[in-house]
Design a protein around this ligand. Structure first.
Ligand SMILES: Cc1cc2nc3c(=O)[nH]c(=O)nc-3n(C[C@H](O)[C@H](O)[C@H](O)COP(=O)(O)OP(=O)(O)OC[C@H]3O[C@@H](n4cnc5c(N)ncnc54)[C@H](O)[C@@H]3O)c2cc1C
Length: 381
């Protein structure tokens, strides 16, 4: 009989980090843990389709889970990557106001720097305010009148990160079952029975880390429509000519007006030396639709040329897209991670709406989940 103590649905960065964290702790007995993943490998959905930025959390409301877990999780991820030799680029992040915006009288962008500065102060993140001349010492080709610099921000290789977390979890005994899409969930008051195409699994505790499909998994487990995810695609273009790619070495984000969606189209350098521009925000109906109706490069070149006027449309090549799992609630979109113990017995923990900065937060999010009373009370020594 396939009987486990804990079943995690989803082998993205969050599911793998939780399996790893469970394996690191001491319990009343060795826990039998299984991770069910519908794809053939870990990290093939959102976790492998992002910017890889280990965010400081200052873009978020300082009282949110997102801010706290991104701040803690990024520091943990940097140490982890350094220890394991996972590719990491310590670029720092510049959030800048373009001259063009100031000329158009868009002082809202400048005031957004004040808000970010305040958030940094609240969360204890070191930032420096810089004027145009100081910015040029960091990024000589950047056309910007001012900005803030967050020196601690790094970029990680997200695929290597996920694979390493998975390997750690396997080393402590977690089992990963790939090509196992969960299609049904029942409970008898003591354990869950999960149906997949290939086998039936019984587990006394269920952790839902199914990303874009976490609403579906939660609704299967709860037998009601508790959550709805609205997929929002983010596309990227790559800067191809090596001489243009060399013009920007750091993460450059725009300072956005307060109610703007996301963090804005940015210059996104990677540990392997490539440079991308993105992501935008396009609502899609299919949660796995990465390619239909691709946004032409015009929007990206417009956003990028404000900071780097020498960039031309022909310098860009379509790269890839990722899809954000935004949560819709009765009163509109929710803007924080949902980590909810939706049933105490048998324990059911739903992680829903783990959009950016979920990669940054993953190691802290895993600690947060494993510290939940429903897990601690059931398995702790
Ligand atoms: C464009 C974009 C840019 C981003 N940039 C950043 C960034 O720079 N920094 C940052 O911190 N965050 C960023 N993020 C957010 C980050 O990528 C996510 O928060 C994170 O990857 C979420 O991980 P996850 O494990 O929750 O989800 P996923 O990676 O989606 O993993 C969920 C897994 O569950 C599996 N699954 C789903 N349904 C089932 C089922 N029925 N049965 C079995 N398995 C199932 C899926 O196959 C998938 O592998 C970005 C996101 C996007 C879209």
């Amino acid at each position: 009989m396939n009987l486990y103590d804990i079943c995690i649905v989803g082998a993205g960065v969050v599911g793998c980090a939780i399996a790893r964290e469970l394996g690191r702790r001491r319990w009343d007995r060795p826990l039998r843990i299984i991770v069910l993943e519908r794809n053939q490998a870990a990290g093939l959905e959102t976790s492998g389709r992002n910017s890889g930025v280990l965010h400081s959390g200052i873009h978020e409301n300082p009282h949110s889970l997102k801010a706290r877990l991104a701040h803690e999780g990024s520091a943990l991820a940097v140490s982890y990557a350094t220890e394991r030799g996972i590719p990491l680029l310590n670029t720092g992040m510049i959030i800048a106001v373009a001259w063009e915006d100031i000329r158009r009288g868009l002082w809202k962008e400048a005031s957004s720097l004040r808000r970010l500065w305040f958030n940094a102060w609240k969360t204890g993140t070191r930032v420096t305010f810089v004027t145009a001349s100081r910015l040029r010492t960091w990024e000589p080709n950047l056309h910007a009148c001012c900005g803030i610099v967050i020196p601690s921000v790094s970029v990680i290789d997200p695929q290597a990160f996920v694979q390493s977390l998975k390997a750690d979890a396997e080393e402590t005994g977690s089992v990963f079952a790939f090509n196992h899409p969960v299609t049904g969930i029942q409970d008898d008051g003591r354990a869950y029975t999960l149906t997949t195409d290939r086998q039936t699994i019984h587990a006394t505790c269920l952790i839902n880390a199914a990303g874009l499909h976490s609403d579906h998994i939660a609704n299967l487990a709860l037998h009601s429509e508790n959550y709805t995810i609205r997929p929002l695609r983010g596309e990227y273009y790559e800067v191809v000519p090596p001489e243009k790619r060399a013009l920007v070495r750091r993460l450059i984000y725009p300072a956005l007006p307060p109610l703007a969606t996301g963090k804005g189209i940015h210059f996104s350098p990677r540990p392997d030396g490539r440079l991308f521009i993105g992501p935008n925000a396009v609502p899609v109906t299919d949660k796995l639709d990465y390619t239909s109706n691709k946004t032409p490069p015009g929007l990206f070149i417009e956003a990028a040329r404000k900071f780097l006027p020498v960039l031309e449309e022909q310098d860009l090549r379509w790269a890839y897209a990722g899809i954000r799992p935004c949560v819709v609630a009765g009163d509109g979109d929710k803007h924080d991670f949902i980590v909810s113990t939706d049933r105490a017995e048998p324990p059911l923990v739903n992680l829903v709406g783990i959009e950016s900065p979920g990669l940054s937060a993953s190691l802290a999010l895993a600690r947060h989940v494993v510290d939940l009373p429903c897990i601690q009370q059931r398995f702790r020594l």
